[in-house]
Design a protein around this ligand. Structure first.
Ligand code: IMP
Ligand code: ZN
Length: 336
């Protein structure tokens, strides 16, 4: 099964750039950014040892901070984007929607951040057999003014890069920030033609869940606490839930793989896609996520193929790109 899944051309629709670098790639990035002989590199390697000896969740979240340090310059960000694309391509991901929060600091403006990622995407897609789109992220724990700047930049940049910048992600710590305050800027993004991928019902917040469902979205991140009526709503409006098994269990929003809501979605034949979320932070790959689903819920190879085709349908790709992806999947299955 694992060989079949690794070889299967896959579609990744929920991947945060700074969470997607594997330990090996973070090391590679650190070596590039700091230089192998530097004190900073030696110190970073020390900090990694604790991860490798069975990381706990706090260690996992520290990895975001590590990577953010390393991607705080255009060079580091460029290299990180290339590494992430390479890692997904190595796992035979044929189509990737990468999301990332544009950050400004002394080295880079938010515009430069987005331009750097786009330039790396262009090179990455030439080097590897993978199609990559970008969803600039709105971090709900930052001020609304930052979200407004992000949407304005995305709108401007998408005029030159309509094939790359295709949607907006709403993410960040679900215990912080109010969705209702971000709804107007998300509505502006939607009016400009962006598809919206919204982290929704990651925690149990019934008021916000109602607001989000009323607002609408193209895809729903996690959807853990939607409940049966929420799942029915998603089925009625054909909104897929981006299921991230390892991320949800390791971050503690779901207590075990067996109790993951993917089971209910499968039983209800509701729209769903399997994704990694932060494959570096949670130490997984998309192939591993499919393997987990086969082991936990008894999915067959043919059901895995159906899930890939479902992901193709719900991707923000063009109709031509979707057709090409389906043909790639069918060509692979014919060879089996
Ligand atoms: P970045 O946007 O490329 O820096 O990716 C890391 C960021 O993605 C984190 O700082 C969070 O804002 C966001 N993120 C990653 N995983 C999750 C999640 O499971 N829920 C909400 N936000 C997340
Ligand atoms: Zn996420």
């Amino acid at each position: 099964m694992i060989n079949f899944l690794r070889g299967l051309p896959k579609v990744e629709l929920h991947a945060h750039l700074n969470g997607s670098l594997s330990i090996e790639s973070i090391k590679e990035l650190a070596e590039k950014v700091y230089g192998q002989q530097s004190e900073e590199f030696a110190e970073m390697c020390e900090r990694f040892i604790s991860f490798e000896k069975g990381a706990n969740l706090n260690d996992c979240f520290q990895k975001f901070a590590f990577v953010h340090e390393l991607t705080s310059t255009p060079q580091g960000l460029d290299y990180a984007t290339q590494l992430a694309i390479r890692d997904f391509a190595r796992d035979n991901v044929m189509y990737l929607e990468l999301r990332t929060t544009p950050k400004s600091n002394g080295n880079m403006t938010r515009r430069a951040y987005l331009e750097t990622v786009i330039s790396a995407i262009k090179r990455g897609t030439k080097q590897h057999e993978i199609n990559v789109k970008l969803l600039p992220s709105i971090n709900r724990s930052e001020p609304v003014a930052v979200a407004e700047e992000t949407v304005a930049l995305a709108t401007e940049i998408a005029q030159n890069e309509p094939d790359i910048v295709v949607g907006i992600d709403f993410s960040g710590n679900p215990n912080q920030g109010k969705f209702s305050e971000f709804a107007p800027v998300l509505e502006t993004a939607r009016k400009h033609g962006f598809k919206l991928a919204i982290h929704c019902a990651e925690i149990d917040n019934p008021v916000e869940i109602r607001e989000m469902l009323k607002f609408g979205m193209s895809r729903c991140g996690h959807g853990t606490y939607l409940g049966n009526s929420g799942f029915a709503h998603m089925k009625q409006y054909n909104i897929p839930i981006e299921c991230c098994l390892t991320s949800n269990v390791k971050s503690g929003t779901v207590s075990s793989f067996g109790s993951h809501h993917l089971k209910q979605l499968l039983l209800a034949d509701a729209p769903k896609v399997l994704c990694t979320d932060d494959c570096g932070v949670f130490d997984t790959t998309l192939s591993d996520e499919f393997l987990l689903a086969t082991e936990t819920f008894g999915l067959t190879q043919s059901q895995c193929i159906d899930l890939i085709i479902e992901a193709v349908q719900h991707s923000f790709a063009t109709p031509e790109e979707k057709l090409k992806m389906k043909m790639q999947v069918y060509a692979y299955t014919r060879r089996q």
